[in-house]
Design a protein around this ligand. Structure first.
Ligand code: PNS
Length: 160
């Protein structure tokens, strides 16, 4: 039996924390679908296709990882693609309440779905897409915090 996990998020932009979680997810599942939500961020910095391209470039070496976008409910999409696990990263206590609510709601929508939380590498725990966006916007150095393709895209966006 093939176990499929889905790793959903906004990924605006992907960080090395996301990359770390994608690779860790492969320890739980045979196949991991990285799912970019189309309408979760109200005013995204990068278009969905750009985010997908950055994710593909960040993890080019894992044949069991695929990348898709989805619109609408995550639980519906997860069931449609045959996933039984939803993977989310937990960085700090502050993440917990939101993640707990989402996990219970997704289970209510589809009782067959289990959510699992993975902790990223300790040196990446303070990292978030919103912090990366802000630092990059004001000219700070984000290399090392994001995959190279993302660093390039941020430079092109803020320092064309
Ligand atoms: O990276 P994010 O922004 O924390 O990811 C949040 C995301 C995209 C996983 C969440 O907003 C989501 O699942 N959106 C799809 C719509 C949906 O299913 N909403 C109900 C969640 S219980």
């Amino acid at each position: 039996m093939t176990r499929t996990a889905i790793y959903p998020g906004s990924f605006d932009p992907p960080t090395r924390g996301h990359e770390d979680l994608i690779r860790r997810s492969l320890r739980l599942a045979d196949r991991v679908i990285v799912a970019v939500a189309v309408n979760s961020a109200k005013q995204p910095l990068f278009a969905v296709e750009e985010r997908l391209a950055m994710l593909r470039a960040a993890v080019p070496d894992e044949p069991n990882v695929s990348f898709e976008s989805f619109d609408g409910l995550l639980a519906e999409f997860a069931v449609r693609v045959g996933a039984t696990l939803i993977v989310r990263g937990l960085r700090a206590v502050s993440d917990f309440e939101y993640e707990f609510q989402m996990a219970l709601m997704n289970r209510r929508l589809h009782p067959s779905l289990e959510t699992v939380f993975l902790v990223p590498a300790v040196d990446l725990t303070y990292l978030s897409s919103s912090l990366v966006r802000e630092v990059a916007r004001y000219g700070g150095d984000v290399s090392g915090l994001v995959p190279a393709s993302v660093a390039d895209a941020l430079t092109a966006r803020f320092r064309p």
